[in-house]
Design a protein. Structure first.
Length: 298
């Protein structure tokens, strides 16, 4: 039987849960529990939808090898948060930690992977490349992972619950997924604060512009005219330097990422019930047999 791996970008799923349930007040005493509860609900839903028989959680490191190469990498993310978002994060992050360090391992999930200096994307990329005969469903909203799509690898968005396959990618971008890393190398990534190839402004009073995703796609598909500033910038020595810098940042997995041995989970039904009881998850406890079946608890 072909293995069906649900390969979860933990923070992507956790943040989706955070925003979806931000207005709830579910707690146990003074401890907020709404994200843990929502995470259980989402995991239940994903297992029903995908019929996966193996779950793997990929975690981000607190340190970043990419930032060592490019200090601007994700530099503005924390700076752009509002007071309300900061307040929500203070409720959320202790629950994230409790899930990864206590709850999921206690239930019996044995494949929670993190590597110092690397991201969940790198772990996911490594697992996709080393398990080419398995069916893999990546749970993430990160477009960087489009480069991993194959006939055996698809994605599912944790916010929309929609599948995104290699056919969907081809229909949207009219290129092969393996070209996506070149698109990101030329056009950069605004969400990660990676700038694309700089385009010289018409005069010194104008703001500096960069080749973006659309420009990169036009160049790679032959739609960009050779006499344009963007084309000349990409072909220039300075442009090549930016492209080579970005390659190291956007290609998955990051250079030096190890391989990962996926072990069978030892999922414990009683431990799951004990956790739900301790956290006051009455709606789950009202129908425990359904959860036992879907999560494959024993």
């Amino acid at each position: 039987m072909t293995n069906r791996i649900l390969l979860i970008d933990f923070m992507s799923l956790a943040h989706t849960t955070k925003f979806a349930l931000a207005k709830t007040k579910l707690s146990k005493g003074e401890e907020s529990t709404f994200i843990i509860y929502g995470f259980f609900l989402k995991l239940n839903f994903l297992l029903k939808k995908t019929r996966a028989n193996q779950v793997v959680f990929a975690l981000d490191s607190k340190t970043s090898k990419r930032k060592e190469l490019y200090p601007e990498y994700k530099a503005k993310r924390k700076q752009s948060k509002t007071p309300a978002q900061i307040k929500l994060d203070k409720l959320a992050y202790p629950q994230f930690t409790k899930l990864t360090d206590e709850i999921l391992p206690e239930i019996g999930y044995r494949n929670l992977f993190s590597v110092d200096g690397l991201e969940a994307d790198d772990i996911i990329g490594s697992i996709c490349k080393q398990n080419k005969n398995d069916q893999i469903i990546i749970v993430s909203s990160d477009k960087d992972m489009y480069q991993l799509l194959t006939n055996n690898v698809c994605m599912i968005s944790p916010s929309t619950n929609k599948y995104y396959t290699i056919s969907d990618f081809r229909n949207e971008y009219h290129i092969e997924p393996k070209i996506w890393k070149r698109v990101k190398s030329l056009g950069g990534c605004s969400s990660d604060q990676i700038s694309g190839v700089p385009i010289p402004p018409k005069d010194k009073t104008k703001r500096q512009t960069h080749v973006g995703e659309k420009g990169a796609l036009n160049y790679l598909t032959g739609k960009m005219k050779p006499n344009t500033k963007a084309f000349k910038a990409i072909e220039s020595r300075a442009g090549k330097d930016v492209i080579n810098r970005n390659k190291a940042l956007v290609i998955l997995p990051f250079r030096g990422t190890p391989t990962f041995a996926i072990r069978p989970d030892h999922l414990k039904y009683k431990k799951f019930l004990d956790i739900c009881e301790n956290l006051g998850f009455k709606s789950i406890l009202a129908n425990p047999e359904t959860w036992k079946s879907i999560l494959k608890l024993r």
